[in-house]
Design a protein around this ligand. Sequence first.
Ligand code: P6P
Length: 344
Amino acid sequence: MQNGRTTITQFIIEEQRHIAGASGDFTSLLNDVVTACKVISDMVNHGALVGVLGAAGTENIQGEDQKKMDIISNDVFLESNEWAGHLAAMASEEMEDIYHIPEGNPRGKYLLTFDPLDGSSNMDVNVSVGTIFSILRSQGDCTNPTKEDFLQVGSDQVCAGYALYGPSTMMVLTTGNGVNGFTLDQNIGEFILTHPDMIIPAETQEFAINASNGRHWEEPIKRYVDECLSGAEGPRGKDFNMRWIASMVAEVHRILMRGGIFMYPIDEKMKAKGLQGKLRLLYEANPMSFIIEQAGGLSTTGRERIMDIKPTDLHQRVPVVLGSKSEVERLTVYHNEFAKADAT
Ligand code: P6P
């Protein structure tokens, strides 16, 4: 405790007691992840003053133009987590293959996947960005990990969390024992427990989707959004608000705080390109799904629970529909009704 306040360090040590077989490794690993997020927060907060804005002039494995901070934040994560001996390997949105722990460093029993700076296209326009991470147990040979070691269903995650670099910097964590939020006290450089036991409101009047893709949506999504737009005069009998920040971390945090539904569905344009969705399963959809479910929400592709999906590739994409339980259930019903009608 610091002046009667619970620090994230103390919280993690207490959390470790809920993890079967956890030794000090997990606590130390999570603290190294927290340190990386503090360093990224400092850089993001200083922005142009420290020359971290703008394009890097390179592309990542996803074929997306990288921002300078995509690369810098990725390096911060590697440097903060490669030395302590808790990890067998790492995987990142910004790296094509898995990252092997450098020779000379000890290896450990965990795997770390991360999107080091989610929503980085918002950096240059000073809109919230975040970091998303997920911790798995290495099932294979810790001394010689392979990509296949990472291809575990989301329900096998040991821990998931995100850092949100917004008006304040927050970290939100779950280890399967609920969801807790911490706010960075810049004066002492420590995250303080400010949002214990976060629960998503089951009902909502807010939806998030990139409406510019509307002409490509499948029928169930079109039906759901049209009903929201029809408001009180329509079948829902109430008005809705729409939000789209283009930063999944910020959208998920808003949903945790006041309810809502976030949709990045598969659409006809993606199908034509052979894509299964926009968002990545291992380091975006799975960690966010773990958090959302632990906070009483649901997270599906529209058709199936995301944390049941057996990954087939490190950078596999999936459709995402997550948030307030009643809204996600409604969309699942619409997908089922559409499938039945399509089958007749
Ligand atoms: P669009 C950011 O690039 C991201 O991966 C998510 O954080 C965000 O929700 C989504 O993509 C935004 O996608 O197509 O609206 O730019």
